[in-house]
Design a protein around this ligand. Structure first.
Ligand code: PDD
Length: 290
């Protein structure tokens, strides 16, 4: 697998970072994850804009212009011998010669990228949806920044795995925030509901696409706080993320999602949204390759 580290393209196995790197010592860094279909980086500019927002949020000057980023990303995509990829980008505040919390002066940031095969939901997960659990959101107050300080997300994700589930859905003060690595949508009485973008959740790139598609197709939707009661009584639930796309959630804390004959199965709005998403993505790619 190919990596990029501080100006150099090299095999991932040869990439080396100092143990004094502030990403390692303090989780003082930010990241992005860009899905790549048939070597086309999907929504690259939006991911680069969010990277800028994350860097601004931690007062770390962007080491590259958008054009430089695009060139690095396209080159790393070209080096891989697989078509569908996930490009990981990380920028940390670099490696000083000592461990000291305040920002160091004159230290270059560490820029690291690597690409791996894109892993999307399996046909079985697409067909049946996935199981989830809930937990209290124990993260800090800047969940809108995509920082590498992911310990709480890691613990939440492990909780899901230990319960035989795909994701942990987090609640803060009785309201839905998001999944450990996804945004969450409910359908209640035919209306798509999702929380507004604020400091309690990551502004998902896929979340934006889903809301654009709901508007384009005239699907009733409301962006507003979603209570725990609304989450638990939802007719349908789905998660969104760059690698998950639109993925049905069919159980929550061991109980089937939805009501009547639909209970525990991917719902009609979820299926429709997934179809809209796939058509939109394929259309973007057709134009990109034309
Ligand atoms: N995770 N919320 C959190 C906490 C996330 O980590 C992610 C994505 C999302 C969805 O964002 P997007 O649609 O832009 O992928 C929401 C990535 C994929 C990751 O951590 O690898």
């Amino acid at each position: 697998m190919t990596a990029y580290l501080n100006g150099q393209f090299l095999p991932l196995s040869e990439a080396r970072v100092s143990p004094l790197d502030r990403g390692f010592l303090f989780a003082d860094g930010v990241y992005e994850f860009i899905p790549v279909y048939s070597r086309f980086p999907f929504r690259m500019d939006e991911h680069l804009r969010r990277l800028q927002d994350s860097l601004d949020g931690i007062y770390l000057p962007n080491p590259h212009t958008p054009d430089e980023w695009r060139a690095i990303i396209l080159r790393i995509i070209a080096t891989a011998d697989f078509e569908d990829q996930s490009v990981y980008i990380q920028v940390s505040r670099g490696a000083d010669i000592k461990r000291d919390a305040p920002f160091p002066k004159g230290v270059a940031p560490t820029v690291f990228l690597f690409t791996a095969p894109l892993v999307t939901p399996s046909p079985a997960q697409r067909e049946s949806g996935v199981a989830t659990i809930t937990a209290e959101d124990i993260r800090w107050a800047r969940c809108d920044l995509k920082t590498v300080a992911l310990l709480a997300n890691v613990l939440m994700r492990q909780k899901a795995v230990d319960a035989g589930c795909a994701e942990t859905i987090m609640l803060r003060d009785g309201y839905l925030t998001e999944g450990s690595s996804s945004n969450i949508f409910c359908v209640n009485d035919g209306v798509i509901l999702t929380p507004p973008k604020d400091h309690r959740m990551l502004p998902g790139i896929t979340y934006d696409i889903v809301l654009e598609l709901a508007a384009k197709h005239g699907a009733p939707h409301e962006v507003r706080p979603v209570s725990e009661a609304e989450l638990r009584s939802a007719d349908e639930l789905w998660m969104t993320a760059s690698s998950k796309e639109v993925l049905a959630i069919t159980t929550l804390d061991g109980l089937p999602v939805g009501h009547g004959a639909q209970a525990g199965k991917p719902g009609p709005v979820t299926r429709l949204m997934h179809d809209w998403f796939c058509s939109f993505r394929d259309n973007v790619m057709r134009h990109a390759n034309a």
